[in-house]
Design a protein around this ligand. Sequence first.
Ligand code: RRO
Length: 282
Amino acid sequence: MFRVGRVFLKKKIYNASGVLSATKNELVSLNDNEWCGAVVSKSCTLEPREGNPHPRYYSFNGNSINSSGLPNLGYEYYRDLRHYIHKPYFMSVAGLTIQDNLTIFKDLNSYPEINIEFNVSCPNIPGKSQLGYDFKELNKTLNMIEEVYKLGYGLKLPPYFDPHHWDMVSNILLKHNIEFIVCINSLGNGLVYDKNLRTAIKPKNGLGGIGGPSIKPFGLSNVREFYRRLGNKISIVGCGGITSSEDVREYIHSGASACQVGTYLYEHGLQVFKALNFSRLN
Ligand code: RRO
């Protein structure tokens, strides 16, 4: 069994939020896959959202850039889908304001079977910076959440690139009811052109979050550096560029107790869960 916070997974690999996780059909397909250890919803907001204009996803050499802009059906939709999920269920929460987050967390107090993965690292909302990069605001927000939410919860973190930042974030985590962290979200605000020198995606002048094998070294460093600071006090879920069982081994070696797969799942579908236990697909 593989521990993530207060839940135990039968398989160590599951989906990253945002991939195959926006609709009931998609979430049930994760539930029904025997090699997928848990189910994570698309990050959700208080009200449904269309997201950013298309094209907003583009793949290049097995990597991806996205600026989806939080398209989702509203948090109540994902809350009420819990009845259809018979393995650990994580709701990724990404309210647009502190007040929205407080409303969602307060309501989810009544559903202890739902685990919260609080997303503090979405790089794609025009005009909104990533909470995970504003340490003072992050600390303040977690304090306010814990006034209304009494269970432990997890955080989806952005990649950090500086040892001092790992120190500072670890100190904040250890002061709060954080049971697990997911390292890392997409690497924010990259730029990719198509062959005609047009930006590959449309929103935010072409800027978006980068996923896939090119970000794996940052996923690994974030997992290992948080593990060095947090030990076994907080579970760590590795995410970023996984395309083989060797990649999974590296994340586990770095301190992860489970792994999520994003771009590779988007590109190859549900077959990846079984394949990642053995070797590469092709
Ligand atoms: O919806 C998105 O644009 C998105 C989110 Br919320 C996120 O956390 N990470 C990402 O790459 N895209």
